[in-house]
Design a protein around this ligand. Structure first.
Ligand code: SF4
Length: 294
């Protein structure tokens, strides 16, 4: 059965202004029928292959514990640290059961905000395992990983990709604009504790823009203390408020990480193949993925 939903959707459009993309929300109210509210894709991820996206928040307004300068979803409307149930687990599972049975590479929790804000993230992961056999990934900004309950939920995934764009409390403020009460050292310690106890794969994803490109050495030093299984060096190639670094600018950064992490894979966004995908629901996907630049 398809669910018909009347949606109030914020479409995020990007307009180039010479130095970056201005993100401006266009509030469009329209009556339409969407087969999916909480899932999107499948999308072709340069890091994960063919990925079915799960948005455990699925809020009309972006809800996050960070307000990153490069966010493809524009400014954070609800900046919060409060965990709560945004989407009932059974409602999500009902959608997942309707997805065609052909396999993806992974099922990925991400979306339009921070997935660990969902209090029922662990229940959702457990539930999806009863329906699908693909590996489960959570992409998190890592801001709440100092909480034991968040670490317990993340530990249910096969792969956790955590953000580390800063090498100090000051650079966290400059790049990620965290919610009041977040502490950089606590986040790093949470990542270390999680790494120690987590049997799955931990990747650190590091987004570079103009404001942190000179901090690559600090970030690499900090990343070393966490002992990840993989490093992903990125720059925003979807429309956002700042310009991406060029392929040439990314070369010394990537080299530095490859020297620092000689024993683990270091992936760099410009070096990876970028495939196209055919989402089941274009609206549901576009509002979470934004506009691709290259
Ligand atoms: S953590 Fe992710 S969703 Fe939140 S503001 Fe940063 S890029 Fe956007």
């Amino acid at each position: 059965m398809l669910i018909g939903v009347n949606w109030f959707v914020e479409l995020v459009a990007g307009k180039y202004n010479g130095s970056g993309f201005e993100i401006h929300a266009q509030s469009n109210s329209f009556m339409t029928q969407h087969p999916y509210q909480y899932i999107y894709g499948p999308v072709a991820s340069w890091r994960l292959g063919c990925s079915l996206g799960i948005d455990p928040l699925s809020t009309a307004q972006k809800t996050c514990s960070f307000d990153c300068v490069y966010c493809q979803a524009g400014r954070t409307k609800v900046l919060t640290l409060e965990r709560k149930v945004f989407v009932p687990t059974e409602a999500l599972l009902e959608e997942v059961r309707r997805v065609p049975s052909e396999p993806f590479d992974v099922v990925t929790f991400a979306g339009n905000g921070e997935p660990t804000l969902a209090l029922n993230l662990g229940d959702m992961i457990r539930g999806i395992r009863t329906v699908r056999s693909e590996r489960i990934v959570v992409i998190t900004n890592g801001s709440l990983i100092w909480r034991p309950d968040v670490r317990d939920d993340l530990a249910l995934a096969d792969l956790v990709m955590a953000k580390l764009d800063a090498g100090s409390p000051d650079s966290l403020k400059t790049v990620n604009h965290p919610a009041e009460g977040l502490d950089f050292e606590e986040i790093c310690e949470g990542l270390r504790v999680f790494r120690k106890n987590y049997p799955g794969k931990l990747a650190l994803q590091i987004m570079f823009v103009a404001s942190n490109k000179k901090l690559a050495a600090d970030i690499a030093n900090r990343a070393q203390t966490i002992h990840p299984d993989e490093i992903e060096v990125n720059t925003p190639l979807r429309a956002c408020a700042v310009r991406p670094l060029t392929a040439e600018e990314m070369v010394p950064i990537t080299d530095l990480f490859r020297k620092t992490f000689a024993r683990i894979p270091v992936k760099s966004v410009y070096e990876e193949e970028r495939k196209k995908s055919q989402p089941y629901c274009r609206q549901s996907t576009d509002r979470r993925r934004g506009q691709e630049l290259v």
